[in-house]
Write a protein that binds this ligand. Structure first.
Ligand code: GLN
Length: 557
């Protein structure tokens, strides 16, 4: 029997005082709590900037571009959402001013507004409101849509979004719309006090726009006393139990547990009059325990060019936490600039690590350093995972140093190279637009039986997410294969290389796709889990001193 269409409820999360308070993590954590109570939850992010999507933005400024199965290039907060609620989201979940204006302007050009003056209110705000509900129209089983509004209250460019969510409250009624405001309660060392004034100001600004928050989530480095909570409640016009403390904690995966302790899910259920079961966070707690109490440690180097802005590698960092959970191991990341390797050689930076990851990237800078790092780990049998550009560099290194193809390179970096072992796909040759034109999103891959990839995945058919323009050049596949490179993952038509590996190495694997986009804390990605496991073995093998080795050998004999 088809389920009856139900009233979807909406939670809007705004931020105040300063950016980087962890709105995405708060949104994901609330999503997890509600999902654990048996509700069907989706999350979405509204970003007030003008870019149509973040695909054209520099990772140095904006952090990683997170790609979904359907190929949309989205904000990195969508990565948090997927990791918390373990649902694959789609393009409807990331809305920008650019998209909203694009739609409205196209409609105006078609003459759809019948001569009206097209204005921010109501035309832009109506379009934003329609995007608040689109996910529910696509899937009528959804109980709750949590929408995070990017930026901070007070930003000029966010005003139309705030006006639209205010109107959502009027249109759908109090029982169906909840406003949560995330703010900062700073601690002043000199007076040994928590200060509530910034929170009061940011809530006042929200109320001037017509939004009265129902719940305040207060980031703070110290416990909020009952008095402080009461004071915030009084000045911000919410009941004291709706003032939630959001303490700094060891791992972001602990936030749902802290929120539950503060009864956040009870409050939401109460305000939105939701019918749902009690929650059991047992499995999640055990996972967090593993992060907090690891049995082992490994050091893994990330060798890339954006290492000064760690947000550019957000999903990779999270995937290492997940791979660590699976091995009860703490992964210490060592950030190595590929340009430093160009200047000083690989050994200086990689001598003391248990594994290395070369992440994705664009442009020529630091490439020779990455290639040198790969030569070093290949020769010294140090566990290695190359992602996208990392795989491409591994192919270049092998072509140059094993196949003897002098100056082999990627067409991206040297269009004159005699051996373009990485080249542009035919479909890409005529494209001039930058936005949304790469190979994007989930593609199927067939894994070679008996390979390392097969052992890691435990299956022969996989699907992984992509974001790149260049591919392994098939003209060189035979030569690389004859010299020992194993192509252990191919597209079903065998035209595209998806995974490569080396048989005579404990863990040397490259993927043309981005495994980090599909890793989840409760379901770590096999390539990261495998890298951490291999790094652990490598470390343990090194920890046995030469004297012990002789001793063990003597006993055996
Ligand atoms: N620059 C390379 C390409 O476009 C790799 C991209 C990536 O690492 N995501 O193919």
């Amino acid at each position: 029997m088809a389920r009856m269409a139900k009233q979807t409820k909406f939670i809007f999360i705004t931020g105040g005082v300063t950016s980087s308070l962890g709105k995405g993590i708060a949104a994901g954590s609330i999503g997890l709590l509600l999902k654990s109570r048996g509700l069907e939850v989706r999350l979405q992010k509204f970003d007030p900037y003008i870019n149509v999507d973040p695909g054209t933005m520099n990772p140095f400024q904006h952090g990683e571009v997170y790609v979904l199965d359907d190929g949309s290039e989205t904000d990195l907060d969508l990565g948090h959402y997927e990791r918390y609620i373990d649902v694959n989201l789609n393009k409807l979940s990331n809305v920008t001013s650019g998209q909203v204006y694009d739609t409205v302007i196209q409609r105006e050009r078609r003459g759809d507004y019948l001569g009206a003056t097209v204005q921010v209110i109501p035309h832009i705000t109506d379009e934003i409101m329609s995007r608040c509900t689109r996910l529910a129209k696509q899937d009528e089983n959804i109980d709750i849509i949590i929408t995070e509004i990017g930026g901070t209250v007070g930003d000029i460019e966010a005003l139309s979004f705030l006006e639209a969510i205010r109107q959502m409250g009027l249109e759908h009624g109090k029982e169906n719309v909840l406003y949560i405001h995330l703010t900062l309660v700073p601690y002043l060392e000199t007076s040994d006090e928590l200060k509530t004034k910034p929170t009061q100001h940011s809530v006042r600004m929200l109320r001037e726009i017509g939004i009265q928050p129902d719940i305040l989530i207060c980031r703070s480095s110290k416990e909020l006393s009952r008095d402080i909570k009461r004071k915030i409640a009084l000045f911000c016009n919410v009941p004291p139990e709706a003032v939630i403390q959001d303490l700094d904690c060891e791992t972001i995966y602990e936030v749902p547990i802290l929120f539950h302790r503060e009864l956040v899910d009870n409050l939401v259920v109460h305000y939105l009059k939701l019918l749902c079961k009690d929650l059991d966070l047992g499995k999640w707690r055990r996972m967090v325990d593993k992060i907090k109490n690891p049995k082992h440690t490994v050091r893994i180097a990330i060798c890339g060019k954006y290492i000064n802005l760690k947000d550019a590698y957000k999903s990779i960092m999270e995937s290492f936490i997940h791979g660590g959970i699976a091995n009860e191991t703490k992964v210490e990341l060592v950030w190595v600039s590929s340009e430093d390797i160009v200047d000083n050689g690989a050994e200086k930076y990689l001598d003391n690590v248990d594994g290395i990851l070369i992440p994705g990237g664009f442009g020529e800078r630091g490439i020779e350093g990455k290639i040198e790092a790969i030569k070093y780990v290949r020769e010294n049998k140090i566990p290695f995972l190359g992602i996208c550009l990392g795989l491409q560099c591994a192919i270049i290194e092998y072509a140059r140093n094993i196949c003897g193809l002098e100056n082999a390179n990627s067409f991206e970096f040297n269009q004159e190279s005699k051996h373009p072992v990485i080249h542009l796909m035919d479909e890409q040759r005529h494209i001039t637009n930058m936005g949304g034109t790469m190979r994007l999103g989930a593609y199927p891959c067939e894994v070679k039986r008996g390979s390392l990839a097969h052992k890691l995945y435990g299956k022969l058919k996989i699907s992984e997410r992509h974001r790149h323009r260049y591919e392994v050049n098939n003209d060189y596949r035979d030569e690389l294969r004859d010299n020992g490179m194993v192509f252990s993952g191919l597209s079903p038509d065998e035209k595209l290389v998806e995974i490569c590996e080396l048989a005579d190495h404990p863990y040397f694997i490259g993927s043309q796709f981005h495994p980090e986009l599909k890793s989840r804390p409760m379901n770590p990605h096999p390539l990261f889990k495998g890298l951490v496991e291999a790094a652990l073995k490598y470390r343990q093998s090194r920890e046995i001193s030469p004297a012990e080795v002789t001793d063990v050998q003597a006993k055996k004999e």
